[in-house]
Ligand binder design. Structure first.
Ligand code: DGL
Length: 264
């Protein structure tokens, strides 16, 4: 029996949106979920800070938890540091990058919004995805640190103010051609956690897409033929710094089977 876990990594709770999709497909998967609470938030950091922090941290985590596979469940970390992490580690690493390709497949108006962190939306990686997969679309971008905070607050049981979502979405719909957006890429893993609030705040119906289902399929593909334990057992939640705020996440983490919080 192979009890090695799959390690999910994010700055905070956003990676839970990716974990949920993976657990739906692979219910016996043992999980180590890591939130870099000491480094949160990533979206307001520089490329140099993320590039220095993430590969080193994942190296320590790989040594400590010996995962079979790592999922960087964070668009900011993936669009900046995925290549460096892959070349530093001798195990499969799945990244999370903005789902521009699936968005371009379904957009009828050919105007797509990309909602991410400030750091993600300015990445050349996003230019490249837009050029390769949405060459005939207008791709509008907006970065929001506040939306990350609203998603974290929701997981702490704090009901978010609907007006904030409308204002944040105004950053996309208010751009030239923005009124024609019919598809929005949730290009930050925190945002699917507030998808109902975002959908309710949109000025007209739009489709929200993210990469979580595709990542789940990728994990299944890369682990095909491997054994899993009879049951997943209790997952671990690892924080790089713990305090009253992270401890208060216990009920939300328990919903994902993460019963054993610990500090790196
Ligand atoms: N969840 C992360 C992402 O997908 C970043 C959130 C943050 O720390 O700013 O980009």
């Amino acid at each position: 029996m192979d009890s090695r876990p799959v390690l999910f990594f994010d700055s905070g709770v956003g990676g839970l949106s990716v974990l949920a999709a993976a657990q739906a497909l692979l219910p016996r998967m043992p999980v180590v979920y890591v939130a870099d609470s000491a480094g949160f938030p990533y979206g307001t950091k520089s490329e140099a800070e993320i590039a220095a922090r993430v590969p080193a941290l994942l190296g320590r985590l790989a040594e400590r938890y010996r995962p079979r596979l790592i999922v960087i469940a964070c668009n900011t970390a993936s669009t900046i540091a995925l290549a460096a992490v892959r070349s530093a580690l001798d195990l499969p690493v799945v990244g999370t990058v903005p789902a521009i390709k699936p968005a371009a497949l379904i957009s009828k108006t050919r105007v797509i919004g990309v909602l991410g962190t400030d750091a993600t939306v300015r990445q050349p990686y996003v230019d490249d995805l837009a050029r390769r997969f949405a060459g005939d679309c207008t791709v509008l971008r907006h970065g929001s640190a506040e939306l990350v905070e609203l998603a974290e607050a929701k997981l702490h049981g704090i009901a978010p103010d609907p007006a904030r979502f409308a204002e944040i979405l105004g950053g996309l719909f208010g751009q030239s051609d923005g009124a024609r957006i019919d598809t929005i890429v949730n290009a930050c893993t925190h945002f699917p956690l507030v998808s109902d609030e975002l959908a309710a705040a949109a000025p007209h119906p739009v489709a929200f897409v993210d990469g979580s289902a595709g990542i789940a399929r990728r994990i299944a593909f890369l682990t095909a033929g491997q054994d899993w334990p009879e049951t997943a057992g209790d997952g671990r939640a690892v924080f790089t710094a713990r305090d009253a705020t992270t401890d208060a996440l216990a009920p939300a983490l328990a919903r994902f089977g993460l019963m054993r919080p610990e500090t790196l």
